[in-house]
Design a protein around this ligand. Structure first.
Ligand SMILES: *Cc1c(COP(=O)(O)O)cnc(C)c1O
Length: 359
């Protein structure tokens, strides 16, 4: 049996370290925004070569904090893609703004930079590229467009821990980059957690308040901003501190599995992932296109291999977003991909030997 991810296998390798960290937190009985969170923030910023990090309660909360920090609000438009998880747009809508979609590139399935400008209106406030599957978008092009039109640039890097584009990681090109530590992500917590990275001190200071009921440092019952509770807890930070010791190694292991797939999958049956020459992906998912997808998934299942689909329903065709007014045919590249893509198992603990003979 090869699952899509195997968290138990990973936990077995770090159990003692996690328990030691957890014990420290439990002995202290200090659970929220404490020393572990601060240590996590320093280390996570450092491995990405970005100045500031704030831990928060999920990837969704990270996106919300970022949008609020740059001032996205009622009546604004935010340009993003329909080929992503719904959490990319939930905070946009919650803040009273409207997501405006552009289609993706047919080869990378990532935001097509050439389609952005035609969607910019006087109401456009920000662009949210999504570094899907672990590959960063064409951030040089997208940043230029954002600069030319005075738009904020917020990266959804929920699947792109330690990814690079032109040797820079998320947080370098954008005003703010948003990460998720949902347990199945490349860096996963013991529950929900997220973080924002930024080189902008002003945005950092604002998000610092916004994640904790709008309070400035040291304030208890004075609220300078209208914030919410988006805080990270110490047990999540403790988990992430341990896993960050291995994240570079785990990323290399993912890259080795991706290499195996690229070298061994039959090119007549699979359309392999395309990598931009400037990008260094971290392979959160290994996504290929196949004919007769449903039948193929059954074939794999019989061989004990679990595949996934990311994502079977594009956002513009989601019932919950029908009021946006898009219809079938609005984004043909995304739609066509959504009918043909499958995600093959890829995780650091996956032994390549298990794949030999299957692929
Ligand atoms: C996981 C994910 C999110 C949301 O993260 P949560 O921690 O689950 O809130 C947002 N965007 C993308 C692309 C994701 O994969």
């Amino acid at each position: 049996m090869i699952p899509l991810v195997d968290l138990k296998k990973q936990y077995a390798t770090i159990k003692d370290e996690i328990k030691k960290e957890f014990d420290e937190v439990l002995d202290k009985q200090s659970f929220i925004l404490g020393e572990k969170v601060r240590q996590f923030e320093q280390e996570f910023a450092k491995i990405h070569n970005i100045d500031y990090c704030l831990g928060c309660s999920s990837g969704t909360s990270a996106i919300k904090l970022a949008l609020k920090a740059v001032g996205v609000g009622f009546g604004d438009e935010v340009i993003t893609v329909p080929n992503t998880f719904i959490a990319t747009v939930e905070p946009i809508i919650e803040l009273g703004a409207k997501p405006v979609f552009v289609d993706v590139n047919s080869d990378t399935y990532l935001m097509n930079a050439d389609l952005i400008e035609e969607k910019i209106t006087p109401k456009t406030k920000a662009i949210v590229p999504v570094h899907l599957y672990g590959q960063m978008c064409e951030m040089d092009k997208i940043r230029k467009i954002a600069k030319n039109h005075n738009l904020f640039l917020i990266e959804d890097a929920a699947q792109a821990h330690l990814a690079h584009y032109n040797n820079e990681s998320p947080g370098y090109y954008g005003d703010i980059a948003c990460f998720s530590f949902y347990p199945g992500k490349n860096l996963g917590a013991t529950g929900d957690a997220g973080a924002v990275l930024t080189n902008n001190k002003e945005f950092y200071d604002k998000m610092f308040c916004l994640r904790d009921h709008g309070r400035k440092k040291g304030e208890k019952y004075k609220h300078d901003y209208f914030g919410t509770n988006e805080r990270m807890d110490e047990l999540q930070a403790a988990t992430l501190i341990v896993k960050m010791r291995y994240i570079k190694k785990w990323t290399r292991q993912r890259q080795a599995i991706a290499k195996y797939y690229v070298e061994n999958l039959d090119k007549d049956s699979f359309k392999l992932p395309t990598i931009n020459e400037k990008a260094e992906p971290v392979w959160h998912l290994f996504v290929v296109q196949v004919d007769y997808r449903d039948a193929y998934i059954e074939v794999l299942k019989k061989k004990g291999i679990m595949a996934g689909i990311h994502y079977p329903i594009p956002l513009h065709l989601q019932p919950a977003l029908s009021w946006l007014g898009y219809k079938k045919g609005s984004f043909p590249i995304t739609e066509k991909a959504s009918e043909r893509i499958i995600s093959l198992p890829i995780y650091p603990e996956l032994d390549i030997k298990e794949l030999e003979g299957v692929f």
